[in-house]
Design a protein around this ligand. Structure first.
Ligand code: PEP
Length: 252
């Protein structure tokens, strides 16, 4: 049984005070034992949010990291620093990192391996653009990203890793993949994992869907057999919407 994971990616939003009060509103009386909930504030708010989530069921994660432990990498944040701040997860390879900061699969692979070596659970993001989908290449692109980003990752390490399928055309656009289309891609990703690691490992890796997840589409997405959670951007910035998403209906 895969424990569903609902994660909020706050992107580059919220000052320290705003982050503290959003985290408080999300955490307030939150009680679940059949799902995991994670929030990923900007780096600058991690320490403040850590104090809020301590003793609550909320886990803390970051949105990116450098692969090195330390060094002359001006402006970067290392896995050791994230651990030091109480992070257990880190989002890696988000399409905004790929699009605006030139991150490619080789760099993302390096970050994934470093996160795992340092006891951080990577949420590895993959997804195709609209042009790639329209050209009929969605699966080739996504499954290629999965293979390249997982190079040299061992079967044992896969127990800590989460994959987020995020079609680029669905991120922040209000345009969601249909539950059936998302399920088809999730199944293809799981088959690729089975190819790489065997079906036992593939069956336990959680695959989240991301891309305009909202209170009114979460239940239908989560009803799909290979969708194990959601990576939520915009809707995670509103406590009420995020809490409704977290409270998705379990149908199976
Ligand atoms: C994201 O940033 O990962 C995301 C899915 O954003 P949104 O929910 O706003 O589409």
């Amino acid at each position: 049984m895969r424990l569903p994971l609902i994660a909020g990616n706050w992107k580059m939003y919220k000052t320290v005070e705003e982050a503290r009060s959003l985290a408080q509103a999300v955490a307030d009386d939150l009680r679940f034992d059949d799902r995991e909930v994670l929030i990923c504030p900007p780096f600058t708010a991690l320490q403040a949010v850590r104090a809020v989530v301590e003793g609550t069921p909320l886990a803390l994660g970051a949105q990116n990291m450098h692969w090195a432990e330390q060094g002359a990498y001006t402006g970067e944040i290392s896995p050791l620093m994230l651990r030091d701040l109480g992070c257990s997860y880190v989002i890696l390879g988000h399409s905004e990192r790929r699009q605006y900061f030139g991150e490619d699969d080789a760099l993302i692979n390096r970050k994934v391996r470093s996160a795992l070596e340092h006891g951080l659970r990577p949420i590895l993001c993959v997804g195709e653009t609209k042009a790639q989908r329209d050209a009929g290449n969605a699966k080739t692109v996504v499954l290629g990203q999965v293979r390249l980003c997982l190079e040299q990752v061992t079967a044992e390490q896969m127990h800590s890793l989460v994959i987020a399928y995020e079609p680029v055309w669905a991120i922040g656009t209000g345009d969601t993949a249909t539950p059936a289309d998302a399920q088809e891609m999730h199944e293809a990703i799981r088959n690729t994992l089975a190819d790489l690691y065997g079906s036992q490992v593939a069956d336990q890796v959680r695959i989240q869907y991301g891309g305009s997840v909202k209170p009114d589409n979460i239940d239908d997405l989560m009803a799909q057999s290979d969708i194990d959670g959601a990576l939520v951007g915009g809707a995670s910035l509103k406590a009420g919407d995020f809490r409704r998403i977290v409270a998705f209906e379990r149908r199976s």
